[in-house]
Design a binder for this molecule. Structure first.
Ligand code: BYC
Length: 305
C-alpha cells in the first residue's frame, strides 16, 4: 500500500487526529458540512469588504487610506483561498456564488450592520477581526487539510488587521473629546453584534456536537465567546473605553468574566435577512456580480481557444 493511492480510513484518521485530504474517503455529511461552513466563511469575507470599502474614499489621510485598501484587498484574497478550499470538495465557485446570490447560503451576521463613522473602521479591526481570530485560530487545526492550511495564512493576515484597528481606535480614544466620543459610540454599537458572531448558545447550536466529533470545530460557540470577552476586557482598559455591559465583571469562582450574552433572537432575525443592511449588501453583491460578467465571458473565451 502506498500512502498516496491507498484509501485511508476516515474514522481511523479522525481518531488519530490526522488530516483528511481531498482524495480520502469521507462521509457525505462531513463533506456537506464542510462545504456549508467554508462557503459561508468565503461569502463572509467577500460581503465583509463592503462595510469597510465604504470608507476607503473617506479615510482621513493617505496613510489610513493605503492601510484600509490593503486590508480590504486581503479580504478578497481570503475569500478566494476559501472558495478554492471548498472546490477541493467537489463544488465549483460558480455554484457557491449562485447559492449566495439566491440566498440559499448565508454569510456572517456581523456584516449586516452599518459603518456610520470612521471609528467603526477601528472597531471592526479590533472587535470583528478580533472575534474572527479567536474563532479561526482553532480552525488551523481543523481535520480537513485544505481548510486548515488556508486558515493559517488567513489568521496571520487577520492578526495584522486586528492590530491596525486597535491602533486606529487607540489614536481616536486619545484624541480630541469628539474623537473619543466617536470611538466610544462605535464600541457601544459593535460590542453585542461581535459577541453574536460566535453563533447561538451551545444548547441551541445545531452543528457543534457533530462538528467537534469530526475535528472541524475544536471548541464550542460559548467557549470561544468567553475567550473573546476575557481577551477584550484588558484591551478596552488600555484603550480607556468602556464595554457597554454593566454586568461585566471578573468571577474569581469561574476564572472568567461574567457578561451579558447577545440577543440571540436578533442574531437569528439578522441571519434570516432582517438586519439593518441585508438588502443593501445583497443588492451591492448582485450588481458587482453582474458588472463582472464580461470578465467571466472573456476568461471562458480565452480558455476555449
Ligand atoms: N452569522 O449550529 P451553529 C471574517 C448559523 S467574518 C450567520 O452553531 P456552526 C471577517 C449557522 O451557519 C467571520 N449565521 O453553526 C471578514 C447555522 O445555520 P445553517 C466569518 C450564523 O457552523 C472580513 C445556524 O446558525 N467566519 O472572518 O457550528 C472582515 C446554527 O449555528 C452565525 C466564519 O465563518 C452568524 N454569526 O457555527 C473581518 C468562521 N452563527 O448553516 C472579518 C467559520 C451561526 O445550518 N465558521 N450561524 O443554515 C464557523 O466557525 C461556524 O460556522 C460558526 C457557526 C461559529 C459561525
Amino acid at each position: 500500500m502506498t500512502g498516496i493511492t491507498a484509501t485511508r480510513s476516515f474514522d481511523a484518521l479522525i481518531a488519530a487526529d490526522q488530516r483528511i485530504e481531498p482524495r480520502d474517503e469521507m462521509p457525505d455529511a462531513y463533506r456537506a458540512g464542510l462545504v456549508r461552513q467554508i462557503a459561508q466563511h468565503a461569502h463572509s469575507e467577500i460581503i465583509g469588504m463592503q462595510p469597510e470599502g465604504a470608507w476607503i474614499s473617506r479615510a482621513p489621510s493617505l496613510r489610513r487610506k493605503a492601510i484600509l485598501l490593503a486590508k480590504v484587498q486581503d479580504e478578497a484574497g481570503h475569500g478566494l483561498y476559501l472558495y478554492a478550499a471548498a472546490e477541493t470538495l467537489g463544488v465549483s465557485r460558480d455554484e457557491l456564488e449562485g447559492l449566495l446570490l439566491t440566498g440559499r447560503q448565508k454569510y456572517s451576521s456581523i456584516f449586516n450592520y452599518p459603518t456610520l463613522t470612521w471609528a467603526d473602521i477601528g472597531v471592526i479591526g479590533w472587535l470583528v477581526d478580533g472575534a474572527a481570530i479567536v474563532n479561526q485560530v482553532p480552525l488551523c487545526r481543523c481535520s480537513y487539510g485544505p481548510y486548515a492550511r488556508a486558515m493559517i495564512r488567513i489568521c496571520k493576515e487577520e492578526s495584522f488587521h486586528q492590530r491596525q484597528g486597535y491602533e486606529l481606535l487607540h489614536t481616536l480614544a486619545h484624541g480630541s473629546p469628539a474623537q473619543r466620543e466617536m470611538a466610544q459610540d462605535a464600541v457601544d454599537r459593535w460590542w453585542y453584534p461581535s459577541l453574536a458572531m460566535f453563533g447561538p448558545p451551545d444548547g441551541e447550536s445545531t452543528h457543534s456536537a457533530q462538528s467537534m466529533k469530526w475535528g472541524v470545530k475544536r471548541f464550542s460557540n460559548d467557549e470561544l465567546r468567553q475567550r473573546f470577552v476575557d481577551m477584550c476586557v484588558p484591551q478596552a482598559e488600555v484603550l480607556g473605553l468602556t464595554l457597554p455591559d454593566p454586568d461585566l465583571r471578573w468571577s474569581e469562582e469561574r476564572g472568567h468574566h461574567d457578561f451579558t450574552p447577545p440577543d440571540f433572537d436578533e442574531l437569528m432575525r439578522v441571519v434570516k435577512g432582517d438586519g439593518p443592511c441585508n438588502a443593501q449588501r445583497m443588492a451591492h453583491r448582485r450588481a458587482a456580480h453582474d458588472n463582472g460578467s464580461w470578465v467571466r465571458e472573456a476568461a471562458a473565451a480565452h480558455a476555449a481557444k
